[in-house]
Design a protein around this ligand. Structure first.
Ligand code: G6Q
Length: 545
C-alpha cells in the first residue's frame, strides 16, 4: 500500500496549525512563563547533555512532532535498519553501519548470514597490522620502519578519517606523521608528500569501489613517487595497503589482497568510518582509543534503538530540524563546535547530512512538495563570532544552531577555556533573548542608532555539552548525527542511503577529459559556454584549437 503523502497527513497539518500560533511567541515569554523549562527540554544520553530548551517549541510542539514520527512509522523504519532489511531500496542493500560497532556477541543477518563474525575478523586483522607498524616488524623496502601514513581516498573514504584524526589528535601517536590526500588536484598529493621519505611511507588506498577517478589517480601518482626512488615493483607490497570491497581491482592495482582490509556493500561511503576505512584512525589512535570510539558509536546506536522516542536524542534532534526546515522556512543549520579539534566536524557533517537527505523524490518515486535535507555548515567557535554570526543574530534568515561545548579542555592554558565557554553560553543566550529597544535606549543610545543595536532574539539553538572530548564521546556525537539524518529521512520518506546525484558530474568529467587532452581539437558538442571554456583551456595549455 502506498504511504499517505506527508503533507496530506493530519499529523502534518496539526503541526502547521500549531506553528502559526507559536511563531508569534518569543523565547523570552516561553522562559518567563515556565521556570522549569531548561529541565523539561533537556536530556542526557551517552555522556552528551542535550539542552534544547532554547528552541521555539512548547510541550505541545513535542507531542505533535512525536505524533508525526509515529504516523510515518519511524520506529518500524529504525527497527528495519537494525534488523538488516534492505532499506536502501534503490541500491537493493541493507544499511548496517551499526553492525560495524556491535559487540562480537551480537547477531545481525543479511541474506540469512550473520555479519558480525566478519566485522570482528577484519577488526582483528586491522589491529594485527597496527601492531606490526607500531613494533616496526612491518618494514619498508629498505628495511626502515614506517613513520609516515598517507590515506588516499575521497568523500566517504576521506572525510570521516580526516575529521576523526583532527578531532582526536590529542590522543594520537605523535611519533608518526599522518596525512590525507583526497583531491585530484595534484597540489594535494605534492604538498602532502613533499617532506616525506618514500622508504618510510605507507599509503592506505581507501576506496569502496576502487574505481574512483580521484583516488586511483592519486594512488598511481603515489606508486610513481615510490618507484622513482625504489625502482623495484616489489616495493609496492611494502608501501601500499588497500581498504575496499573490490578485491579484483585491488589485485589489478598490484596490491596483494592479503594486505587488503575489506568491508561490505551494506556500508555506505559516508557511513563507513567505523569500518576498515578507519584504518588510518586505528594507526593514529591505537587499539584502545579506536575501540573506545567504536564503543561511543555503539552506545548511541543502542540509545537510538531502545530509548522511547520522547527521550531519544537523535529522534528529538532530527525532529527539531524538520520543525524549522518545514514550519519556519529555515534552509540552513549551523553547527558550531567550541573546540578547535572539531574544526573538520562541520565539513564531515556536510557530506553526512547533505548527501544523505539532499533528495527530491520519495521512496515511492514521487516528487516531494516539501523541503528536505537542510544545508549544514559551520566553523569552530569563537572564530565564527567574528565573521558570520552577525547574520545569525540580526539577519533575516532563521538559522537554527547546534552549539557543541566541552566542560574540560584537553589543553588547559591559563584561563582560555573559561573564556571559550563564556563565549558559547553567551551566544546561545544572546540568540534566544536578544536585546530589546527599551534595553538599548536605556543604555543612552542615540535614538537614530537604536534600531541598529536591537537584537530581535528568538533565534533557536541546541547546546550539546559534554565533559571532555574523548574517543568515546566523539563516537557518540557522530552517531547522534547519523541517526538524526535517519530520522529526518524517515519523516521525508526519502532514501538517505543512495547518492545518484553524485553520478552525473562523474560521467560528464569522463566525457570532457579526452576533449581536453586529445592532440587535435575534437568536434565539441556541448553548449556554447562549455565549448568556449574547453577551447580556452586547450589554448592556454598549448593544444590545438
Ligand atoms: C558516500 C559517497 C561518496 C564515496 C566517494 C568515494 O557515501 O558514496 O562520497 O564515498 O565517492 O568512493 P569510493 O570509496 O568508492 O572511492
Amino acid at each position: 500500500m502506498k504511504p499517505q503523502p506527508l503533507t496530506s497527513r493530519a499529523t502534518w497539518s496539526n503541526l502547521s496549525a500549531h506553528a502559526s500560533q507559536i511563531r508569534s511567541e518569543h523565547l523570552r515569554t516561553l522562559f518567563e512563563s515556565d521556570h522549569g523549562r531548561a529541565k523539561t527540554f533537556s536530556l542526557k544520553a551517552c555522556d552528551l547533555f542535550f539542552d534544547y530548551s532554547k528552541n521555539r517549541i512548547n510541550s505541545q510542539t513535542l507531542d505533535l512532532l512525536l505524533e508525526l514520527a509515529e504516523d510515518v512509522g519511524l520506529s518500524q523504519r529504525r527497527d528495519a535498519m537494525f534488523a538488516g532489511e534492505k532499506i536502501n531500496q534503490t541500491e537493493n542493500r541493507a544499511v548496517l553501519h551499526i553492525a560495524l560497532r556491535a559487540p562480537e556477541s551480537a547477531e545481525i543477518l543479511v541474506d540469512g548470514e550473520n555479519v558480525i563474525p566478519d566485522v570482528h575478523r577484519v577488526l582483528r586483522k586491522m589491529e594485527k597490522f597496527c601492531d606490526q607498524i607500531k613494533s616496526g616488524t612491518w618494514k619498508g623496502y629498505t628495511g626502515k620502519p614506517i613513520r609516515n601514513i598517507v590515506n588516499i581516498g575521497i568523500g566517504g573514504s576521506d572525510l570521516g578519517p580526516v575529521m576523526a584524526y583532527e578531532a582526536l589528535r590529542h590522543y594520537t601517536d605523535r611519533e608518526r606523521v599522518f596525512r590525507f590526500v583526497s583531491n585530484v588536484d595534484g597540489t594535494d598529493f605534492v604538498e602532502a608528500t613533499r617532506d616525506l621519505d618514500p622508504a618510510e611511507t605507507l599509503f592506505i588506498v581507501a576506496s569502496k569501489t576502487f574505481t574512483t577517478q580521484e583516488t586511483m589517480t592519486n594512488a598511481l601518482s603515489a606508486r610513481s613517487w615510490l618507484m622513482a626512488v625504489a625502482q623495484d615493483e616489489a616495493a609496492v607490497a611494502k608501501h601500499f595497503v588497500a581498504v575496499s570491497t573490490n578485491a579484483e581491482k585491488v589485485a589489478e592495482f598490484g596490491i596483494n589482497t592479503e594486505n587488503m582490509f575489506e568491508f561490505w556493500d551494506w556500508v555506505g561511503g559516508r557511513y563507513s568510518m567505523t569500518s576498515a576505512i578507519g584504518l588510518s584512525n586505528l594507526l593514529a589512535l591505537g587499539k584502545e582509543n579506536f575501540r573506545g570510539m567504536l564503543a561511543g558509536f555503539h552506545l548511541m546506536d543502542e540509545h537510538f534503538r531502545t530509548a522511547p522516542l520522547r527521550e531519544n536524542l537523535p529522534v528529538l534532534h532530527g525532529l527539531l530540524n524538520v520543525w524549522y526546515a518545514n514550519f519556519f522556512g529555515a534552509s540552513t543549520i549551523a553547527v558550531l563546535p567550541y573546540d578547535q579539534y572539531l574544526k573538520r566536524f562541520p565539513a564531515y557533517l556536510q557530506q553526512l547530512t547533505m548527501e544523505s537527505n539532499g533528495k527530491c523524490v520519495t521512496l515511492g518515486g514521487a516528487q516531494v512538495d516539501y523541503q528536505t535535507g537542510g544545508i549544514y555548515w559551520g566553523e569552530p567557535g569563537t572564530n565564527g563570532q567574528h565573521s558570520f554570526y552577525q547574520l545569525i543574530h540580526q539577519g533575516t534568515h532563521v538559522i537554527p544552531c547546534d552549539f557543541i561545548a566541552f566542560a574540560k579542555s584537553l589543553n588547559e592554558l591559563s584561563d582560555h577555556h573559561d573564556k571559550l565557554t563564556a563565549n558559547v553560553f553567551a551566544q546561545t543566550e544572546a540568540l534566544a533573548f536578544g536585546k530589546t529597544e527599551q534595553e538599548v535606549s536605556a543604555e543612552g543610545t542615540r535614538s537614530d542608532l537604536v534600531p541598529h543595536r536591537v537584537f530581535p532574539g528568538n533565534r533557536p539553538s541546541n547546546t550539546i555539552l559534554c565533559e571532555q572530548l574523548t574517543p568515546q564521546v566523539l563516537g557518540s556525537l557522530i552517531a547522534l548525527y547519523e541517526h538524526s539524518v535517519f530520522v529526518q529521512g524517515a519523516i521525508y520518506d526519502i532514501n538517505p542511503f543512495d547518492q545518484w546525484g553524485v553520478e552525473l558530474g562523474k560521467v560528464l568529467a569522463n566525457r570532457i577529459l579526452p576533449e581536453l587532452v586529445s592532440e587535435n581539437l575534437p568536434t565539441l558538442q556541448h553548449d556554447s559556454s562549455t565549448n568556449q571554456l574547453i577551447r580556452m583551456y586547450r589554448a592556454c595549455r598549448g593544444r590545438s584549437v
